[in-house]
Design a binder for this molecule. Structure first.
Ligand code: RAM
Length: 336
């Protein structure tokens, strides 16, 4: 898993100089629309959004929907446009359902950048992907296969059935499992809606209904901690292993307590920062986002110095940078 994650994204990262802000910059009024307001992961991204906003002297607001649905996001999109926001930074709950509202926003001159979870290309300028989708899917497969001992039944605990990012990752994971671990079978998929209680109930259901499972793959920061916590406090500890994507602060207990949990993630704070800076480059520096273009990083970027626009699973995208695999030995070095 480590090797795969280390390889994620490196192909598209290039070292060049930092970009200088344009003098004729328009004042940015930025609405950050996450999948659901209460998710800690998006609140961590919001810290980076605010850091970029401060640098750019922009007005920024966190417009977190109270439901994890496309409809709730459409309401936020329309309200933001009405409220005079000229940039939307959005992590989508659905690939297609937001596109009409986003197209209408773009027609009115609003710059739309998706991050974390994409919409179809017509709805946005560019997608800032956390890491290569294929790399994430492969890493999930490798980790699950390792935890299952190379063969056996596993299950998936996802977010919502329509989440663009989870669906792309799961598709790549399944491809990798079929090609590399034909004896590892995904026997069930459940949806915890990125909510702690639902994710706990779904984990319990997965284990009860599928007593043969040896691993649960949770590519969700909320689902993974709910699953790991449930397993750690149940008779399944040491029999069912949890892996996926999670915040180090949430996961350190279960990585270290003998539950055998595995987790990885990217720098979420910098993710929010980069999404805003890219929106600013598009709006104020006439930055091209065509495949092949190179976007120079702003000076507060904690990752790479520039990013190349590549063709992703949905459309043109740039990669934030590599993910980190958290282990017993390194997890205490991270605080998010
Ligand atoms: C949850 C969200 C988000 C995903 C992370 C890993 O917070 O579903 O989209 O990227 O998990």
């Amino acid at each position: 898993m480590k090797k795969v994650l280390a390889a994620i994204a490196t192909g598209a990262l290039i070292a060049t100089a930092f970009v200088a802000p344009s003098s004729a910059a328009t004042k940015l009024k930025i609405a950050h629309i996450p999948k659901l307001g209460t998710i800690g992961y998006f609140q961590a991204a919001e810290v980076g959004v605010q850091r970029a906003c401060k640098e750019l002297k922009a007005t920024c607001a966190y417009k977190g929907p109270t439901e994890i649905t496309a409809a709730a996001q459409v309401k936020e999109i329309n309200a933001a446009v009405q409220g005079g926001y000229n940039v939307l930074i959005i992590a989508a709950n659905d690939k297609d359902a937001l596109v009409p509202a986003l197209k209408a926003a773009q027609k009115k001159g609003v710059t739309v950048v998706t991050y974390d979870s994409d919409v179809a290309q017509a709805g946005r300028s560019v997608f800032v992907n956390q890491a290569s989708s294929e790399g994430i899917g492969n890493a999930l497969a490798d980790s699950a296969a390792e935890l299952a001992g190379g063969e056996g039944d596993i299950a998936v605990l996802s977010t919502t059935p329509d989440a663009t990012n989870q669906n792309v990752w799961i598709e790549f994971m399944n491809k990798r499992l079929a090609a590399k671990y034909p004896k590892v079978k995904v026997v069930a998929t459940a949806y915890g809606l990125d909510k702690p209680e639902e994710s706990t109930t779904e984990t319990q259901g997965l284990i009860q209904k599928n007593p043969t499972i040896e691993a649960i793959v949770a590519p969700t920061s909320v689902g993974i901690v709910a699953a790991a916590k449930y397993v750690s406090g149940s008779a399944s500890k040491g029999k069912v292993f949890v892996t996926g994507l999670g915040l180090p602060n949430d996961m350190k207990t279960y990585i270290k307590d003998g539950s055998g949990a595995q987790a990885s993630l990217w720098d979420v704070e910098n993710f929010g920062y980069v999404a805003v800076q890219i929106a600013n480059s598009i709006r104020n520096n006439k930055q091209s986002v065509k495949v092949g273009a190179v976007i120079k990083s702003a000076k507060g970027d904690k990752g790479v110095k520039s990013r190349k626009v590549i063709k992703g699973a949905v459309g043109n995208e740039v990669l934030l940078g590599p993910a980190t695999v958290f282990t017993k030995d390194n997890v205490d070095n991270y605080n998010f």
